[in-house]
Design a protein around this ligand. Structure first.
Ligand code: SF4
Length: 216
């Protein structure tokens, strides 16, 4: 039907359709092609809604490097570049990771940070050293050895990584750390103060454990 007709499927400045790969705590994880500008709530409904009828907690809307967004922010978003950017994240690859109330955000970030630490090729010092620091500091918070100054330390490490390397992996490692701390700071502070998780371990076991720390 031609380019114009395809563009008109979406909304101004966000034309056409996009494939979203929805994973996590939904009933029907999978790939969904929808017009740009489709409400996130509609995409969630297409993916079968929340598994077990549990409450939505957070969504990573564009692949693991995209900043995480809390449920209330995400539920007001439409699935297009402008709406997600305005909310403070990015549509990126369209890999939508849905997390319910069983997820400990510290553990989730530990898993993500381990991935980027492992992926760093080591060519640039800020990425090689920074990704290791991010993982180690988040790891110690998760395992009850966090220090009150650790959240500032994590943000300072990301400052020294972003925009200072050859490829975008350092930024990709930094975005999750900054956004998890920004939106779920109380969970990190609880871990540091109480040396345990705010989310009851029994509740965490009810989830699939897709954010199980694979790291040693
Ligand atoms: S930023 Fe890219 S090139 Fe530099 S160390 Fe990290 S992965 Fe390697």
């Amino acid at each position: 039907m031609g380019g114009e007709a395809y563009l008109n499927l979406g909304k101004p400045n966000n034309g056409g359709t996009k494939l979203f790969s929805v994973s996590g705590h939904v009933n029907r994880p999978g790939n969904y092609e929808v017009p740009m500008g489709t409400p996130f709530a509609k995409l969630l409904e297409m993916a079968g809604g929340m598994r077990g009828g549990r409450k939505l907690k957070a969504v990573i809307p564009g692949g693991s490097s995209a900043p995480v967004l809390p449920a209330d922010v995400m539920m007001d978003c439409t699935m297009d570049y402008d709406s997600i950017a305005k909310a403070g994240s990015m549509l990126g690859s369209g890999a939508v990771i849905v997390m319910d109330e069983t997820v400990c955000m510290v553990k989730a970030l530990e898993r993500l940070s381990y991935f980027y630490f492992e992926e760093s090729c080591g060519q640039c010092t800020p990425c090689r050293e920074g990704s290791g620091w991010l993982y180690r500091v988040v790891h110690r918070i998760e395992h009850g050895q966090g220090r009150p100054e650790d959240l500032d330390l994590l943000n300072r490490v990301t400052d020294n990584m972003m925009g200072k390397t050859i490829c975008a992996l350092a930024d990709a490692a930094a975005f999750p750390v900054r956004s998890f701390i920004k939106h779920f700071k109380s969970e990190f502070e609880y871990h540091i103060e109480n040396k345990k998780c705010l989310v009851d371990p029994e509740v965490q076991r009810m989830g699939s454990g897709f954010f199980k720390a694979g790291a040693a």
